[in-house]
Design a protein around this ligand. Structure first.
Ligand SMILES: Nc1ncnc2c1ncn2[C@@H]1O[C@H](COP(=O)(O)OP(=O)(O)O)[C@@H](O)[C@H]1O
Ligand SMILES: [Mg+2]
Length: 616
């Protein structure tokens, strides 16, 4: 098989795609139980990478413990070495320097490991979301805005990551604060209580701040997602915007959305400006209290002067945990909201899933059967009803019908982009729902009217479904699709990188590339959904011969309205009212079925202006 492929002749047999991915797959999944709390659900991700995380927490604990020791040593040094000379001063100096060095190294390792686990966590979560998105069915993308997905994959992941990795760190800091408080109590109990007098106010202010700011942070997230959606649509739809001269309207829409964002940010800054100075300066009040009461106690000889210095240092040390405790709660609520938004997507099950025990469709002859198919996108609007159609292996059938009659829907059902609600679609007698998704889609090739190309080279675009195809095979497919000549005329030939979505090429050129892309897969079943509509009549006549040879060797469903394309088919099926109302040869239908003539006339009328371009 491989040998024939390398000789440039693509083989038609299905081969399972290489499954080894070359990125670091997330070592774990999130907990699938939606009843659990959000942080319980992300624990498996943390556990999977526990060592750097545990290391980070241990080192940060060590570095904080060392920090807490210093003011106490300072207190002792002042009392025992400077005032009473009972211990040599250099003893304390050396100890404090040693603590500084070890604490510094521990601090470095703690941060390094913490950021590492934070970004590993983020990486895993993001990959899980993208893996999940790639499993989701078309119906999901029909109703989901891309801006929403982008913002969930970016800022929501970030806020969950921040909390999941920094919360334990803050909890350690608070624990250290407790140790500092115990040290203060051990120096002098009344003074310790006086020093702590402002802490409840500090905590309460922190809580008020987050109560005020939390809804705002939510609004910011939602509005950023809105701006992302508008921006995304404007960039992707720039050609439509410009051709209808709606730039100003779009600018206004975006300005409205971004003024919503800036309103929320200003509100946020407003609260910050109001609360942060209180939070930062309250501890000074505590220091003043220590100076007053401590000073009196020193004068009365109840405590040593070192106690005031140590208390000063401890109060500064305690300030952070108390402020952070408020922040921790705020971050927690924000992370909970973000996690909900992420899980909302992650908990959504794809509608189209492979059955357990699905088998590979191998070398099908290509007999296609739609039997009694009923289908609707949304419940109250049936698209297909009792739809029956058989295409013999190797046969070419043209599906003809009015716009919106469900022709593309028929193609999507054969590819299992959607599942039928009733009846069945089968290939060689095997229901498409029993086959593996990869084998089904490898055996059914499709060329759509809207041919999406990637911003990669032309050769890579053609080889998209078979990245290991040789250049000879790519060129053979391009020649068959009559694309070779225009490709070689480009300055860089097959290595020309096409612009965003292929807009540097004409519609007809894009369509020929996407025909080549499907031909390279050489599928036993091929669907051409309006695939020749953008190719002008003259070129279509040129490739007509090539098409005839191509279609000879496979089952083909052509959705077409041009007579020249319809003439490629040995049989025409006329779809109307969700069913096939007649099948037969073009001439017979034209003679016997009045609707056929009407549909062709109608379609012709709507098509002529586009094919004749300037004359319309
Ligand atoms: N993703 C979708 N969600 C909801 N309705 C859809 C979707 N795609 C198509 N439809 C509707 O289904 C009908 C048939 O569409 P389609 O099969 O694309 O028609 P055709 O290809 O014959 O022009 C149309 O009325 C269309 O509005
Ligand atoms: Mg269509």
């Amino acid at each position: 098989m491989r040998a024939t492929r390398e000789s440039g002749q693509p083989s038609s047999a299905y081969e399972p795609p290489p499954s080894a991915s070359n990125y670091g797959r997330p070592p774990s999944q999130i907990d699938p139980d939606p009843e659990k709390k959000w942080w319980q659900r992300v624990i498996p991700l943390l556990v999977a990478r526990k060592w750097p995380f545990i290391g980070a927490l241990s080192f940060s604990f060590l570095s904080l413990v060392l920090q807490v020791l210093v003011p106490n040593l300072l207190n002792q040094a002042l009392d025992r070495s400077i005032q009473t000379h009972s211990v040599p001063l250099h003893h304390y100096v050396e100890l404090i320097i040693a603590i500084g060095i070890v604490g510094g190294i521990a601090g470095f390792l703690a941060r390094w490991l913490l950021f590492r686990s934070a970004y590993d966590f983020e990486f895993d979560l993001r990959n899980l979301i993208y893996e999940h998105l790639s499993l989701m069915s078309f119906s999901f993308y029909d109703r989901t805005q891309s801006g929403q997905l982008i913002s969930r994959a970016n800022s929501d992941i970030r806020s969950v990551q921040m909390y999941a990795t920094f919360a334990p760190q803050i909890i350690i800091q608070c624990a250290i604060g407790l140790i500092a408080f115990i040290f203060m109590l051990s120096i002098d109990i009344p003074l310790a209580l006086i020093a702590m007098a402002t802490m409840p106010i500090l905590f309460w202010t922190g809580v008020r701040m987050r109560n005020a700011m939390f809804p705002i942070s939510w609004i910011i997230q939602a509005r950023l997602a809105e701006v992302a959606t508008i921006t995304d649509e404007n960039i992707n739809g720039v050609r439509v915007v410009k051709s209808f001269a709606q730039e100003q309207k779009e600018i206004n829409t975006l300005a409205d959305a971004s003024s919503g964002v800036s309103w929320a940010y200003i509100k946020d800054a407003d609260y910050r400006a109001r609360f942060t100075p209180i939070l930062q300066n309250l501890p000074q009040v505590g220091l003043a209290l220590v100076l007053v009461f401590g000073g009196i106690m020193v004068i009365q000889g109840k405590v040593g002067i070192g106690a005031i210095l140590a208390f000063n240092a401890y109060l500064l040390m305690l300030q952070a945990p108390f402020m952070m405790l408020g922040m921790l709660i705020m971050m927690g609520q924000r992370a909970a909201a973000s996690a909900d938004r992420i899980f909302e997507i992650m908990d959504e099950r794809p509608d189209i899933v492979e059955k357990p025990g699905a088998y590979d469709l191998e070398n099908p002859a290509g007999l296609v059967n739609f039997r009694n198919v009923s289908f609707s996108y949304n419940e109250n609007q049936p698209i297909l009803k009792d739809f029956d159609l058989t295409i013999e292996a190797g046969e070419t059938v043209a599906l003809v019908g009015r716009t919106g009659s469900g022709k593309s829907t028929v193609a999507r059902l054969l590819l299992r982009f959607y599942d039928v609600q009733d009846g069945s679609v089968s290939i060689d007698g095997h229901d498409v729902r029993d086959a593996t998704m990869t084998s089904l889609r490898a055996n059914v090739g499709v060329v759509l009217d809207d041919s999406f190309l990637f911003s990669i080279s032309i050769a890579d675009n053609i080889a998209y479904g078979r990245p290991d195809a040789s250049r000879a095979a790519v060129e053979a497919a391009a020649k068959a699709a009559h694309a070779h000549d225009f490709i070689t005329a480009l300055p860089e030939g097959y290595d020309t990188v096409v612009g965003e979505r292929g807009y540097t090429l004409s519609g007809g050129q894009r369509q020929r590339l996407s025909i080549a892309r499907s031909l390279l897969l050489n599928p036993p079943i091929l669907i051409l959904d309006d695939a020749t509509s953008a190719i002008d009549v003259k070129i279509e006549q040129e490739i007509h011969g090539a098409f005839v040879t191509l279609l000879k060797s496979r089952t083909t469903l052509i959705v077409a309205h041009r007579l020249s394309t319809i003439s490629l088919a040995s049989r025409v099926a006329l779809i109307d009212g969700g069913r096939i109302i007649a099948t037969g040869h073009h001439e017979d239908l034209l003679r016997d079925v009045p609707e056929y003539g009407e549909v062709l006339a109608q379609v012709e009328a709507s098509v002529i202006p586009t094919t004749r371009g300037g004359e319309a």
